[in-house]
Design a protein around this ligand. Structure first.
Ligand SMILES: *Cc1c(COP(=O)(O)O)cnc(C)c1O
Length: 355
């Protein structure tokens, strides 16, 4: 009997990439597959998205995983520190490096051997990674002087793209366009929120992540509104069903009490599988199309649910925790987090299957 089970749907991934293409028809697409493809399996996702123009990962390890799997498309490392070994590996495996700090230029200056392709990351206002926009010319000149390094173009990242009315995004766009005006190379700004809400940010290359997995980053639109399909369907079996008298406690801490004699179900998934412990009573779980509320605290191996609206659910039936008719973004909101984190925190105990 399979416990927690995540089915990864290649057709949904491909569909979501085609949505990106519809929204940004003249841009190349670097699909973000960092953090093991947002918990979906980086190689699985990259193979399903074979039509992408390239892939974006965080680190050298993640990039090499794609190369070892035979993925030949461009791979850019978004937040990888550099030393001689990393530079050698990047050159040997044709990995593109995002340069955001002087220490990386020092390492590039010492690089000998096959040339390395780099992107210069500018800080247009988020103040996480990147050179101050005012340094664009200086950085470009220093890197252009290196014989073994080629500049592919310019990157920046949006802090508030998911909230369409925020003034920070136009300010960031203006800063970046001003800093890169007239400079050679491609430009890339948009994450999923940029793809969905800021057409002016699409420019040469878009870098969507979360929308490829079927989650909407937007505060004002759900995944279906965005034309996205869930790439993951997470299920677990009902392992017990019990009649509990009125006024009894359910689970650790006795945080929920039965308002009447009622059936309580136990589903074989918990925070040990990555189901969020902070999902409160009322968080929906789906049984054969019927939503039933989680009740009481999430345990390591189990959750308890109110089965009053699912009289036919029987031990062995599988419940949907997200995907397959239950929007992962709704579960994320309930648990006071984001779908990115729910995907990333699934544990190795979850059995994965690709269809
Ligand atoms: C993760 C990441 C993306 C993709 O972001 P989504 O919100 O998942 O679309 C794009 N660019 C950079 C620099 C990133 O780190």
């Amino acid at each position: 009997m399979i416990r927690a089970h995540a089915v990864i749907n290649r057709a949904a991934l491909a569909h979501n990439l085609s949505r990106v293409r519809e929204l940004a028809p003249t841009s190349r697409v670097y699909a973000a597959v960092k953090a093991d493809g947002y918990g979906h399996g980086a190689v699985t996702v990259a193979q399903a998205l074979a039509d992408a123009d390239g892939f974006a990962v965080s680190s050298l390890d993640e990039a090499l995983q794609l190369r070892w799997a035979g993925i030949e498309k461009p791979v850019a490392m978004l937040s990888q520190q550099l030393d001689a070994t990393v530079c050698d590996q990047a050159a040997e495996h044709r990995l593109e490096i995002v340069v955001f700090h002087d220490s990386q230029i020092d390492a590039l200056t010492r690089h000998v051997g096959p040339p390395i392709t780099v992107w210069i990351k500018l800080d247009s206002g988020m103040h996480r990674l990147g050179f101050a926009s005012s340094r664009a010319e200086e950085i470009e000149t220093r890197i252009a002087d290196l014989n073994t390094v080629a500049i592919a173009g310019w990157l920046t990242h949006l802090a508030c793209g998911d909230e369409p009315s925020r003034p920070e995004t136009p300010a960031q766009l203006e800063d970046f366009f001003a800093a890169t005006q007239g400079r050679t190379g491609l430009r890339s700004i948009a994450n999923s929120a940029g793809v969905l809400a800021w057409p002016v940010s699409h420019v040469d290359i878009v870098r969507p992540g979360i929308m490829l997995y079927g989650s909407s980053p937007m505060s004002d639109r759900n995944a279906a509104d965005c034309g996205l399909e869930p790439a993951m369907h997470l299920t677990a079996p009902l392992i017990s069903r019990n009649r509990i008298p009125e006024g009894e406690m359910i689970g650790y801490g006795a945080t929920w009490r039965t308002p009447e004699d009622m059936d309580v179900g136990v589903i074989g998934i918990g925070y040990g599988d990555g189901y969020p412990r902070h999902a409160p009573s009322g968080t929906p779980v789906l049984f054969n199309g019927v939503r039933v509320p989680l009740i009481g605290r999430v345990s390591m191996d189990m959750i308890t649910v109110d089965l009053r609206d699912a009289p036919d659910a029987k031990v062995g039936d599988r419940a949907t925790l997200w995907g397959g008719g239950l929007d992962v973004d709704e579960i994320a909101r309930q648990a006071d987090t984001i779908a990115y984190e729910l995907f990333c925190q699934l544990t190795p105990r979850v059995r994965f299957e690709v269809v």
